[in-house]
Design a protein around this ligand. Structure first.
Ligand SMILES: [Zn+2]
Length: 382
């Protein structure tokens, strides 16, 4: 059998220098609240980790070790060492400059410049995604520059940093991406890195549905930005956009899918059913919303990746079933969310567990066949 060229479509190589200091300090406070063993706490203190949510000290230490590398190239080299030679990696940049936590030591522009060097050093192995934020001035031109001049291979959305994906300031980028078939990966699991400033008054009403949005915490509130139903307003306008919903909705939503009795839902097609678009509904799992988005013939280029989420053994049978569903099989992508996933599982164990459980045919489908199609776009400048 021909060997599989593994594509890990979702990884990160940004370093702690790319993350704002105030955010780092909050991470530190979190760690102390968790009462970690003194020795570990001291060790973490030395190295300052921001978004760690692991309660297992040894995993925390492994995660910390990955995060404290000096350059993105260093982290990338470690990632490559977990996979067979010739594997390819989608690398998601992050724009932390507008999350209300001050400026990082190395801002987003220098993160991008470093990534461009990484790309030119490693060619096909590296597929960098440029993060977009509607609050960054000149973002459309920046996207075009990095795609056209620096061979970037995609676009990354991270709404919980404080914006809705249907923000009209992003529409020129969507038009550009739709025309060329450029892949967009949208963070899509609850919580994670989120807006650190004060909640804005205008956020209390959903701009499209008019729902009143309230939440116990800022972290919970920012889930409204991330909710996959928000993309109906993007896709209504750009139906051929190629979007991957990262993490397939995320672990809490998979638990909801597995554990909760479902409300009666109307059958497809249901393009005009308004309640499907409510982001305040707690009774529908994001996993189900993403499955609907992939299945509807209205939007032919919707993908999802299993990054991070597949670390839990209880999810593997459901992944197997979904990959073997006719309507979904061509749209599920292998990704790990390196080095975030190290909070729960080692990188190599993650990939081998997924591969062993799925078997070679299914693994080839999600780690080679589908990613090749996802990554492919018209790279000619107009
Ligand atoms: Zn990620």
């Amino acid at each position: 059998m021909r060997p599989i060229t593994i594509h890990n479509v979702h990884t990160h190589v940004f370093t702690l220098r790319n993350i704002p200091k105030r955010f780092l300090m909050r991470g530190l406070v979190d760690i102390f609240k968790r009462k970690v063993p003194a020795k570990i706490a001291a060790w973490i203190l030395r190295n300052i980790i921001p978004f760690n949510h692991s309660d297992k000290p040894q995993r925390m230490a492994v995660f910390a070790e990955a995060a404290i590398h000096n350059t993105q190239e260093d982290i990338f080299k470690q990632l490559v060492g977990f996979y067979p030679p010739g594997s390819r990696f989608g690398i998601m940049s992050m724009d932390f400059d507008y999350m209300g936590a001050g400026k990082p030591e190395k801002d987003f522009m220098s993160q991008l410049e470093e990534l461009a060097v990484l790309k030119s050093n490693h060619g096909d192995q590296v597929v960098p995604f440029i993060a977009i934020d509607p609050r960054r001035e000149g973002i459309t031109e920046l996207v075009k520059e990095y795609i056209n001049e620096h061979q970037f291979g995609g676009i990354k959305l991270y709404p919980p940093l404080g914006y809705f994906p249907f923000d009209e300031r992003l529409f020129d980028i969507y038009a550009f991406a739709e025309e060329r078939g450029i892949p967009i990966t949208a963070h899509c699991s609850p919580s994670g890195v989120h807006w650190q400033g004060r909640k804005k008054e205008e956020w209390r009403t959903h701009p499209r549905t008019g729902e009143q949005l309230k939440a116990r915490s800022k972290r919970k509130f920012t889930d409204y930005f991330t909710h996959p139903a928000n993309y109906y307003w993007v896709l209504d306008k750009f139906p051929n956009l190629k979007i991957c919903f990262a993490h397939f909705g995320g672990a809490p939503e998979w638990d909801k899918f597995l554990d909760v009795s479902w409300p009666l839902r109307k059958q497809l097609p249901k393009e005009n059913i308004k309640e499907e678009r409510f982001v305040s509904r707690q009774d529908v799992s994001w996993l189900a919303v993403i499955i609907d988005l992939i299945r509807t013939p209205l939007y032919p280029n919707i993908y999802t990746d299993i990054s991070y989420t597949a670390y839990k053994p209880r999810y593997l049978p459901l992944i197997k079933i979904l990959v073997n569903n006719d309507k979904l099989r061509n749209f599920i992508l292998y990704g790990s969310d390196y080095y975030m996933v190290l909070m729960d599982e080692s990188e190599r164990a993650f990939s081998i567990t997924v591969r062993g459980f799925l078997g070679e045919d299914d693994y080839r489908q999600i780690a080679e066949t589908n990613p090749k199609k996802f990554f492919q776009f018209n790279s000619h400048k107009e």
